[in-house]
Design a protein around this ligand. Structure first.
Ligand code: FAD
Length: 413
């Protein structure tokens, strides 16, 4: 089925009797997306962010058509398409450099009605932030939420929640949305106990290369002149790369066994150690890594689900994004899931005709029913990809490659 491009959503008008004051904890991609969607539903939004300024770390992010569909419906097509690279092909390559298969993004884009987009995270983040502010979001930085309290007003049948920040400031709202990422305080508050994310056994080196250096090498120039997404898959590791900002930057992510000390989740990496891990791989990877001056490494962790429920019984507090269901990045879908969460939550809150607890409860119930199964499936599929990408050469690897060829359009020549 060929899908058409989505309509840009218009901001809903609503009067004070059903207009919620919503507090969002965290101005990451999920929090900002939720802000846009909830503002479009006609409610007020105030975002609390613990960092002293709003920003995203410098690396790439892939947006699949499900995510770009939402971004377009939020009125972001013009801004984002100026900053996006739209690759036409995704190549699966064996670790020695043999092409296994490819997926024709161009064909899928035609079918989906919306594009595959690759961004520098800062551009996607800025687009979301500007749109949220344009729609009326209020933003407070240096505001770290450490607790949430509740109040019930028996006369008006409504509940409110109060976010308490580390400096003692208190913010009252009809609904608090915890979008504070994988190490979520909101999740801990909701559950009433500590609940650290799970280790996956992998870490990611993330690096950005200046493409001027790559253009000097005929073998590397092709990566820039014909932008494609490339996955090299091999024993215990894989590597992904793609072009950003119209060919000005080259993004690489290297996924390898976790060797980080307990307690550290991000560390400066050693470039020589990173290169050594790929010394027997496709020589083009070695050439690319030779251009890298410094690197950081991130421990990869997951949150398979959130039981028993995503929302507090008061119906004044819920959660979304990595706080609820952080996944391995092996399907390039974590941020996409956070954007979908925000989109669905906004659509559910668009139906409110009053601020009553019963109506909020119903909206949050539908939100969770729409999101739980899909996000839990993505997390478990991410784990499955970890196994499939990292198998050693042998029967399972050959079967995997046969499946990839059957799925892709490449005929092996
Ligand atoms: P975050 O982005 O972590 O935002 C949380 C925000 O909350 C932060 O701004 C933080 O400062 C703030 N905060 C934290 N605690 C508090 C507090 N107590 N009070 C107030 N504020 C607080 N996804 C994709 O879709 N495509 C990809 O290609 C992709 N690649 C990835 C590659 C790697 C190596 C990794 C690690 C992830 C990748 N992801 C990708 C996943 C994606 O980055 C995340 O799923 C997404 O950023 C989660 O967004 P979030 O808003 O839920 O959390």
């Amino acid at each position: 089925m060929v899908r058409s491009k989505p309509q840009v959503l218009k901001k809903q008008q609503r009067d004070a009797s059903s207009k919620l004051d919503v507090l969002i904890v965290g101005a990451g991609l999920g929090g900002l997306g939720a802000a846009i969607s909830i503002l479009l539903a006609g409610h007020n939004v105030h975002i609390l962010e613990s960092a002293p300024e709003i920003g995203e770390i410098g690396a790439g992010i892939q947006c699949l058509p499900n995510a770009s569909r939402i971004l377009i419906s939020w009125g972001l097509e013009e801004y984002l398409s100026q900053h996006a690279t739209a690759p036409q092909l995704c190549n699966m390559i064996g670790w020695k450099g043999n092409k296994i298969s490819d997926m024709n993004f161009h064909e899928y884009t035609k079918e989906c009605g919306t594009p595959f987009w690759d961004f520098h995270r800062a551009n996607l983040h800025m687009g979301l932030l500007e749109r949220a502010v344009e729609l009326g979001a209020k933003l407070t930085v240096n505001a770290r939420v450490e607790d949430i309290e509740y109040e019930t007003d028996a006369h008006s049948d409504s509940t409110t929640a109060i976010a308490v920040c580390t400096d003692g400031t208190r913010y009252k709202a009809d609904l608090i949305v915890g979008a504070d990422g994988i190490n979520s305080k909101c999740r801990e508050i909701l559950l009433g106990h500590e609940d650290p994310p799970l280790l996956t056994g992998d870490l990611a080196y993330r690096l950005l290369l200046n493409t001027e250096d790559m253009m000097k090498d005929p073998e590397l120039r092709g990566f820039i002149e014909d932008p494609q997404v490339n996955y090299w898959i091999g024993p215990d590791a894989h590597a992904v790369n793609y072009v950003l900002r119209g060919g000005k930057l080259f993004n690489m992510v290297l996924l390898v066994p976790d060797d980080m000390p307990a307690g550290a989740n991000t560390l400066a990496g050693n470039v020589d150690e990173m290169r050594a891990l790929y010394k027997d791989w496709d020589p083009r990877i070695g050439k690319l890594l030779a251009l890298c001056q410094s690197v950081f490494k991130w421990r990869l962790m997951i949150r398979p689900g959130l039981d028993p429920t995503w929302s507090h019984e008061s119906a004044a507090f819920t959660i979304l994004g990595d706080a609820a269901h952080a996944t391995l990045p092996y399907l390039a879908s974590g941020a996409g899931m956070s954007l979908e969460d925000g989109h669905v939550l906004g659509l559910c809150l668009a139906r409110l005709t009053s601020k009553s607890t019963a109506q909020k409860k119903a909206a949050l119930d539908v939100y969770e029913r729409c999101r739980r199964e899909r996000t839990e499936r993505i997390v478990s599929r991410g784990n499955r990809q970890q196994y499939l990408y990292h198998v050693h050469d042998g029967e399972v690897q050959q079967e995997r490659d046969d499946q990839l060829r059957a799925f892709g359009k490449f005929n092996g020549k």
